[in-house]
Design a protein around this ligand. Structure first.
Ligand SMILES: [Zn+2]
Ligand SMILES: [Zn+2]
Length: 342
């Protein structure tokens, strides 16, 4: 049975399962418009998830063939996975921010081999031990790469502009950090239950009630720009906090109120974490060594292979931030490069 929820004011959600993932579900929002429903995100590309979505739409009194458009918060496969199928079934447009469209294009065009070579070089430079790097040199077929051929969006979400949703006011808020083109969508309509605040915010993975989203590097084999995703994320958090929405409709877990309070919690959390890492850097450490010493949801020895790769990229994002703030610097001549607090 599809699980749907009526959020009022012509907004419903369908809980679309993410197979074998502790997150459990993606909340796909169904926004009524004068031209038919518009979806915010679509869910993971899996037969079970697809039937949940189609049954859910039926339970909402519509059908997948009626969908007018698809708005994607960011390119990750638990959000964008089913967009192609929805478009095939309905002729709906699919929209995404240009920075994430660029990632979709690259994913479709880059040979997996190139990606593994890039990751192997990157992890070596971060100080990863040989046993972690060597599997990348001889990967199995399609190893660890979900969504090799994501659907190419046909519309661009332009930050600050209203989306083309007949009869509704939905404005795109660019919130880079979790991905370079992540957007939140601000529904600028009074809350249907009269909750105080400014409308409702579809927050994607940017602002979640009980977990902090992964902030890594914007991995791009073709772009050597030194980005600062954690800095981007913290700025984006302040931006949505200032919007002061009456209610947040996130892509995972559950809807919640007091967005400014949740933003403060997350800003404090990252502040504390950065301070803790600066203490760890009283001795020079590589990104890998820093990841080993950071606090995770379980001891480092129990963290599986793929999650270690993600953890290192999170450690690197924190190092970038500390360097940018002038709290840490690379040790000249170190290879792999080590960082130390200043
Ligand atoms: Zn995501
Ligand atoms: Zn997600």
């Amino acid at each position: 049975m599809a699980q749907t929820f009526d959020h009022g004011g012509g907004i419903r959600s369908v809980r679309v399962p993410i197979p074998d993932n502790p997150l459990g579900h993606t909340l796909v929002y169904v926004v009524d418009t004068d031209r038919g429903p518009v979806l915010v995100d679509t869910g993971w590309d899996d037969p079970g998830s697809w039937s949940t979505l189609t049954e859910g739409l039926a339970a909402c009194g519509t059908g997948v063939g009626e969908v007018h458009g698809v708005v994607i918060t960011h390119h990750h496969p638990d959000h964008h996975g089913l967009s192609g199928k929805v478009r095939e079934a309905s002729g709906a447009w699919v929209s995404m921010h240009a920075a994430d469209i660029a990632i979709v294009r690259r994913t479709r065009e880059t040979r997996p081999g190139r990606w593994f070579t890039y990751m192997a070089a990157k992890l070596t430079a971060a100080g990863a031990p040989e046993e972690h790097v060597s599997p990348l040199r001889s990967p199995g077929p399609r190893a660890g790469l979900p969504g090799l051929s994501p659907a190419m969006p046909d519309r661009e979400i332009v930050p600050g502009e209203l989306l083309d949703l007949p009869g509704r006011r939905l404005r795109a808020i660019w919130t880079p950090g979790h991905t370079p083109g992540h957007v939140c969508l601000h529904l600028e309509e009074a809350h249907p239950a009269g909750l105080p605040g400014h409308g409702r915010l579809f927050s994607g993975d940017h602002l979640l009630p009980e977990i902090t989203p992964h902030i890594g590097l914007y991995e791009d084999p073709d772009d050597a720009t030194v980005t600062d995703p954690l800095g981007d994320y913290l700025d984006s958090l302040e931006r949505v906090g200032r919007l002061g929405p009456a209610e947040v409709l996130p892509a995972h877990q559950h809807a919640f109120t007091d967005a400014p309070g949740r933003v403060r919690e997350l800003l404090d959390h990252h502040q504390e974490r950065l301070a803790g890492l600066r203490d760890l850097l009283s001795e020079p450490l590589t990104a890998w060594q820093l990841a080993e010493r950071m606090e995770w949801n379980r001891p480092w020895e129990q963290i599986p292979y793929g999650s270690r790769t993600i953890a290192v990229s999170e450690a690197e994002a924190h190092l970038r931030r500390l360097v940018k703030q002038g709290h840490a610097e690379a040790v000249t001549g170190s290879d792999p490069v080590t960082y130390v607090a200043v």
